[in-house]
Design a binder for this molecule. Structure first.
Ligand code: FMN
Length: 653
């Protein structure tokens, strides 16, 4: 029995399969999906890395069983193409070799199949099939499925399951949540049928049960089927937790596990709840699983959503809220999550910060990213670990922010001797500003994770209060240099900017209430908006003044959706406005219509952006023949730009 986490590391028999612990990975579509919609070699490596990381199972996500009617976006795997079997087999084998259960999620998008929707705005289909006739808000017509179509789809589920089973998959998750087809049948908001497939809970469960029975018939007895559902739909007209409990009560007779997620990712405002953003508490959806568990007595219940803390995971199971925890993005960020917990290395876990960069990039670049784990997309290389250098070099890193620390860490891991110089008395760089913002604790923790990792390296010397100059570079005479000296806050030329009530994000100190009741924030970019949310949560009266027409234009799309919802809770704003002066009366501005407005202010926070230390960084790299500039000193950006630049520089030395 595990001493510290006895519940988390207790095996569990599900159907004819034994899960070696209670930590599953939820379904996640293959990272950086190849255009042929197979599971490419890099995708297989993505899953294998996590199998190696100690999880009980690995779930290949969003395998579409009927791509003609049921495919919603281009990152879904074509489960109805017989040619896909070899890639299934290679993936199952790669997972199994690490004593891990290969699991596959089977899905169908129903009314979102092939037509424009949030998951795929550029789809060209003119109509789709769902539970009921309807015209969606975007004008797309949905046709109600007849029984023949339903039987056809159930058979598609069975056929894909059989092919996957023969290829080596041992467990299946049926996607009955998040707005896809099965969820549409369960949901009174979509299912308005008056036949035996609509109306009562039992009737709405009838088609899902038909699918489960078809899959059962195609698989050997005992093959586990886990039913993924939204415990509550969390939008107007959708079902609530009471109905979620009734659905689970009915379905428990047909499946081997009930897996409780939340919401509907096709309702834009809820994407940050289905994939909980950092504005929400960790484990925000666990209460749904806990409620359902009170009604489900025959099979185990799994929970999911924003779980990245081992102690929380243990408590969930120990207190009986759920039998299994699923760790999704946390496993993207650190594939060794489960092993590190088991080995008592919790401090070494690179914790997911729930920024949703992983999902957002699918929209932007059609590739998955992780803001903090640079192995995403490079899994084949990552399987064999960093290549040790054959010629260790003396490396100087200038700047102890996320870029510099990542460069130092990557170079040290490859065997180079590193001197890391930081001009201030503390490592962390721009992330230290997050220290004040309660809901960004995980970002701050990430900077401390980097510090811990660096301090464990014998070949890294950290010099604080040391400004790197060209002279110092020549004195140290490194073989290679990484310059990550960052940027300085922009001070806009506004009369009154030097008044005592004017502060900058860097001035904020954790745990100290440094701002007055009425706060005006000059600059409505990501930093200003995040801080505004925090101030508002602390009971301040907050107004943002932004020159551009929109707030947080520099934020990633999904994060921005969540941020706007938070701002809407009471932060006031003026967009398209220009600040004219800061006076005794407050902040004087011209609004977008040309009117003069004066906002009384006890504190004025200037978040007007950053300016690269371009000249300084160019002078520094000029002093060493082999050098890199990374992060904000090249161009101010998101943390992930600095992490990426630093990591690759360290790897390339
Ligand atoms: C990159 C990415 C891909 C995902 N793909 C799927 C998928 O294919 N099927 C699915 O049911 N859920 C998918 N999800 C949702 C996760 O299974 C999970 O429910 C969600 O991320 C919340 O859990 P977490 O906070 O532990 O990440 C995906 C999530 C992410 C971040």
């Amino acid at each position: 029995m595990h001493e510290k986490y006895p519940h988390l590391f207790q095996p569990l028999k599900v159907g004819n399969v034994v899960l070696k612990n209670r930590i599953m990975t939820p379904p996640m579509s293959p990272q950086n999906h190849p255009s042929d919609h197979f599971i490419g070699p890099n995708n297989t490596a993505f899953y294998e890395l996590r199998a190696k990381g100690g999880f009980a199972n690995i779930t290949v996500g969003d395998v579409i069983v009927d791509t003609v009617h049921g495919k919603a976006h281009s990152f879904q795997v074509h489960g109805d193409d017989p040619g896909i079997a070899p890639s299934f087999a290679r993936t199952a084998r790669a997972i199994k070799r690490h004593d891990c259960v290969p699991c596959m999620e089977l899905s169908h998008a129903g009314k979102y199949g092939g037509v424009p929707c949030l998951s795929n705005p550029t789809a060209t289909g003119k109509f789709s099939y769902g539970p009921s006739d309807e015209v969606m808000a975007n004008g797309i017509q949905v046709k109600a499925m007849d029984e023949e179509m339903m039987k056809h789809i159930a058979q598609c589920f069975a056929d894909t399951a059989r092919m996957a089973y023969e290829a080596g998959f041992e467990m299946f998750i049926l996607h009955g949540g998040h707005g896809w087809m099965i969820n549409q049948f369960l949901s009174p908001a979509c299912n308005r049928r008056t036949d035996q497939y609509g109306g009562s809970t039992e009737n709405r469960c009838r088609f899902p049960i038909m699918i489960i029975q078809a899959i059962r018939a195609a698989l050997p007895k005992g093959t586990p089927i886990d039913f993924r559902m939204s415990g509550a739909e969390l939008y107007e007209g959708g079902y609530d937790i009471e109905e979620g409990c009734r659905i689970a009560e009915v379905l428990q007779d047909y499946v081997d596990m009930i897996h409780v997620s939340a919401g509907n990712h096709e309702v834009l405002a809820h994407i940050g709840r289905t994939h909980p953003l950092n504005f929400l508490p960790h484990g925000v959806n666990v209460y749904l699983a806990a409620e359902i568990k009170k009604h489900v007595t025959k099979v185990p219940v799994a929970c999911v959503g924003g779980i990245n803390d081992p102690a929380m995971a243990e408590e969930i199971i120990a207190s009986g809220k759920a039998d299994v925890v699923c760790v999704g993005r946390a496993s993207i960020c650190d594939p060794q999550w489960a092993n590190k917990v088991r080995q008592g290395r919790e401090d070494d876990i690179r914790k997911c910060v729930r920024c949703l960069s992983c999902l957002n990039q699918v929209k932007v670049s059609r590739a998955n990213w992780c803001a903090l784990n640079m192995d995403i997309g490079e899994e084949l290389k990552a399987l064999s670990g960093p290549v040790p250098t054959v010629a260790p070099k003396r490396v100087l890193v200038a700047g102890g922010g996320p870029g510099g620390m990542n460069a130092a860490l990557a170079a040290a891991e490859r065997g180079h001797d590193v001197i890391l110089c930081e001009a201030t008395g503390e490592l962390g760089g721009q992330i230290l500003c997050e220290k004040y913002i309660g809901f960004k604790d995980d970002f701050y923790d990430y900077s401390q994770w980097l510090v811990r990792q660096l301090k464990k390296k014998d070949n890294v010397e950290i010099r604080l209060n040391t400004t790197v100059t060209p002279e110092l570079v020549r004195e140290i005479a490194p073989d290679a240099l990484v310059c990550a000296i960052g940027a300085r806050a922009v001070t806009p030329p506004i009369p009154g900017i030097d008044r005592p009530e004017v502060i900058y994000p860097q001035d904020l100190k954790r745990g100290e209430d440094m701002v007055g009741q009425r706060v005006v924030i000059i600059g409505g970019g990501l930093a200003g908006c995040d801080t505004a949310v925090d101030f508002h949560r602390k009971g301040k009266d907050v107004t943002i003044v932004e020159m551009k027409d929109a707030l947080a234009a520099d934020a990633e799309m999904f994060y921005r959706v969540g941020l706007m919802l938070e701002l809407d809770k009471g932060v006031k704003s003026y967009c398209g406005a220009t600040v004219k002066a800061i006076t005794d009366a407050g902040v004087e501005l011209t609004d977008k219509d040309g009117n003069t407005v004066v906002l009384p202010a006890d504190t004025v926070l200037v978040a007007a952006g950053l300016k690269s230390l371009e000249e300084e960084s160019l002078a520094i790299v000029d002093a060493c023949d082999r050098s890199w500039r990374v992060g904000d000193c090249v161009r101010p950006g998101l943390v992930r730009n600095a992490v990426q630049g630093g990591h690759y520089a360290g790897m390339d030395i």
